[in-house]
Design a protein around this ligand. Structure first.
Ligand code: NAD
Length: 371
């Protein structure tokens, strides 16, 4: 039995989600390797020390390069703000380490392509945190599509909206900086684009519109000092898929009422399937000739659900999707995995997001392959 050393950079929202997944995965699955929580890094040394102790990591660093240099680290998990993915992943790849990077892959398409090329040259496993794809209900929808159960796919209508920036008094954060890869499109929209590609395939052309509604936000919570906001609050697009399907794309972080509304309806000539992450244990399906939608529920007939619970109705949650993602990563690292969302696929998502930005800026249809 081999040992796999995990190095985790970042201790925020996603740092904790990765730590939970790395801790849970060996309780949920029989793994072909033993996981060693080798090192944790955060720019804040106190936080690094405290989280390393609490989360069970052996060593703590405030300098992420030292984590990458640590011989006990085989896989580098990156959960820092978007603009740090590039230098961290490039350093990890140069050291020959596998990389599990949060989404979006990078801030610019050029960086994403360089990361993709570096990963190919290094010949290591890479994965990107498009965790919603790991929901067994999404796998079920994907099978309906690939088996032809829905007929020829003719449309994808997708929306990913939340309301965490809806209040104009919500302060500036790294997500509000263009050079940090901020904006609703990069933050939320990238998940939806990854999902559209995962389920329906390549997008050939897009037209789009984007808007910044709140052009100033407090520099910090409650402050009178404000900062100019140059990223999109919401973006809408039309999509033309390579297989002929047509689509709509909409993302917003201003939409009151929505907390994690990653949703889609996919229609084929023989049926429609629909999904909403706010009800992640359900799919709605209507086959041609049925009088309406039926509700399909997650349960132990689906392997990704059965791994956690033998009983129906007990429900999966967000952190279980992360555990399923980490399981796929470990299987890939031990040569037993399936193809997954690696740097090549995540760079293709960035190309599509870039095409949408260009289309919105220039107010025209853009061929994705030409950006
Ligand atoms: P966050 O602000 O909560 O955490 C960022 C962490 O990075 C903090 O612990 C911070 O101290 C650390 N950090 C910053 N600079 C650093 C440096 N130089 N060295 C070491 N550590 C440093 O952010 P978050 O919400 O966890 O987002 C992080 C990443 O995860 C982003 O890329 C974001 O897009 C992604 N994300 C993904 C999902 C998902 O569902 N997959 C959800 C939320 C965020």
């Amino acid at each position: 039995m081999r040992e796999l050393g995990i190095g985790l950079i970042g201790t925020g929202f996603m740092g904790r989600a990765h730590a939970l997944a790395f801790r849970h995965v060996s309780a949920v699955f029989e793994l072909p390797v033993t996981l060693r929580l080798a090192a944790l890094a955060d720019a804040d040394p106190q936080r690094a020390n405290q989280c390393a102790r609490a989360w069970g990591f052996e060593t703590a660093h405030s300098d992420w390069q030292r984590l990458i240099d640590d011989p006990a680290v085989n896989v580098v998990a990156i959960t820092t703000p978007n603009h740090l993915h590039f230098p961290m992943a490039m350093a990890a790849l140069a050291a020959g380490k596998a990389v599990y990077c949060e989404k979006p892959l990078a801030v610019t398409l050029e960086e994403a392509e360089q990361m993709n090329q570096a990963a190919k040259a290094a010949g290591v496993v890479t994965r990107v945190g498009y965790n919603y794809q790991h929901n067994p209900m999404i796998e079920w929808a994907r099978q309906m599509i690939s088996s032809g159960e829905l007929g020829q796919i003719i449309s994808f209508e997708g929306e990913f909206s939340e309301d965490f920036m809806a209040d104009a008094a919500s302060p500036w954060a790294w997500r509000c900086e263009p050079q940090h890869g901020g904006g609703a499109l990069g933050d939320l929209g990238s998940h939806l684009l990854a999902m559209a590609r995962y389920l329906v395939g390549d997008v050939q052309a897009v037209c789009a519109d984007s808007q910044t509604v709140h052009r100033q936000r407090p520099a910090v919570s409650g402050s009178k000092e404000s900062k100019a906001i140059l990223v999109d609050d919401h973006t809408q697009a039309l999509l033309r898929f390579a297989n002929g399907a047509r689509g709509t794309f909409s993302t917003s972080w201003l939409k009151h009422g929505y907390k994690n509304h990653l949703s889609f309806e996919i229609s084929g000539t023989l049926g429609t399937v629909s999904f909403d992450q706010e009800r992640l244990n359900e799919l709605r399906l209507c086959r041609a000739g049925q009088s309406g939608f039926q509700r399909l529920l997650a349960g132990p007939a689906l392997p990704g659900y059965a791994a956690f619970s033998p009983a129906p109705g007990h429900q999966l949650g967000y952190n279980e999707l992360k555990t399923l993602e980490v399981h796929e990563l470990i299987m890939a690292l031990t040569g037993q995995g399936r193809a997954g969302t690696d740097f090549a696929e995540a760079a293709a998502v960035e190309r599509l997001a870039t095409a949408i930005r260009v289309a919105a800026r220039e107010q025209r249809w853009v061929e994705v392959g030409q950006v």
